[in-house]
Structures are given as C-alpha cells and as structure tokens.
Design a protein around this ligand. Structure first.
Ligand code: IMP
Ligand code: MG
Length: 190
C-alpha cells in the first residue's frame, strides 16, 4: 500500500455496509438476550477477527453475561485454511458448568471452530452455542450446527469489521471484498 493511499482503494466491493451490519447485530443481540433470559452466559470470542463483532454484539444484549477471549491461529497470513490450529491465548476463567456462547467472525471450512468446540466441550460447560457474523458454507469441511448466523455470504475473501488480510483492513467499518490484485501481488510491507 502506498503511503497516503486510502484503505478503501483496495476494496473491490462493499458486501455489507456498516448500517446493514449494525442492524443485523442488533437483531442477533436481542434474540440471544431473549433465548438466554434468566441465565448468565459467558461469551467466548476468538481473537482477533471476532473482536469488533463481540464488542458490538455484547452491547446489543440486555443480559448479565461475562466474556472471555481466546486466540487461535489457523491461517498464517494467507487466504487458505491449513487445517492446523494452534492455541495462542487460552481462556482466563474456567467454563465448567457455564453456558458458553462462542462468538466467531466467519466460518469458512469450519476446521478452526471444530477444533475449538472439542476443546471447550472437554472443559465441562453446561451448554455451548455458536454465533457467527458471517457464514461461508461453500467450502465447509466440518459438519457444524451454527445456532445464530448474521449473514450467509458467497465464497469470496472478505475483509473489514474485524476481518483481516495479512493483519490489515480489520478497521474498515464495513465488510468488503478485497481486490484480487492485492493478494496476488507482492506481500504488504511490514
Ligand atoms: P475456517 O477454519 O476455514 O472456518 O476459518 C476460520 C478463520 O479463518 C476465521 O476465523 C478467519 O480468521 C479466517 N477466515 C476465513 N475466511 C476468511 C475471509 O474471507 N476473510 C478473512 N478471514 C477469513
Ligand atoms: Mg484471520
């Protein structure tokens, strides 16, 4: 990226503008708050991609809840899943007996989430449900029931609203498609 150039110049198309995202996040928050009325779930978010979604979703839920953060790595800096998952940051508090809601940014092959679900289930939570902002079913390899889906999207590499390409573009306020020239060209300067 050239110095002084706009981030938006690398976006081919805006898939979901910030209003569409905000509207859907409000609906999901209200739905979850109503489904979990009288309970006190823990939202487990997967860094870094889901942090923007988590931050908005938790404020759309009128419900006592706590949060925890994990960081997993499956992609390196490319655009294809390797199927290899590594825990970079673990839970801070036990989830034994808790109602866990896993908050994910995007589910593509499902391999990352599949690993995470088995890991969390081993810790004896009372229940586990999944909320993801974006579902990309075209390349699904793991059979996963997603309880709450924001949007189902086509098989395109998207960025923004927390999602990155090579750690960039997370701060775009919308979900967009990256220009293919960006990832077929030389890697971004560090
Ligand atoms: P999966 O294991 O293939 O389901 O990939 C899950 C993770 O890959 C997500 O949490 C994202 O971090 C990343 N990912 C998958 N698709 C995209 C995309 O289109 N844009 C940015 N990141 C993606
Ligand atoms: Mg990522």
């Amino acid at each position: 990226m050239m110095v002084g150039a706009s981030l938006h110049d690398d976006v081919e198309e805006i898939l979901l503008d910030s209003q569409a995202v905000a509207g859907r996040v409000a609906e999901l928050g209200a739905q979850i708050a109503s489904d979990y009325a009288g309970r006190d779930p823990v939202l487990v978010s997967v860094l870094k991609g889901a942090m923007v979604f988590m931050a908005d979703l938790m404020r759309a839920m009128d419900l006592p809840c706590s949060i925890d953060l994990m960081e997993l790595s499956s992609y390196g800096s490319g655009t294809e899943s390797t199927g290899q998952v590594r825990i970079i940051k673990d839970l801070s508090s036990p989830i034994y007996g808790r109602d866990v809601i896993v908050v994910e940014d995007i589910i593509d092959t499902g391999l990352t989430l599949n690993y995470l679900l088995r890991y969390l289930a081993d810790k004896g939570p009372a229940s586990i449900r999944i909320v993801c902002l974006l579902d990309k079913p075209a390349r699904r390899l793991a059979d996963i029931d997603i309880d709450y889906v924001g949007f189902t999207i086509p098989d395109r590499f998207v960025i923004g609203y927390g999602l990155d390409y090579a750690e960039r573009y997370r701060n775009l306020p919308y979900v967009g498609v990256l220009k293919p020239s960006v990832y077929s060209g030389p890697p971004p300067e560090a």
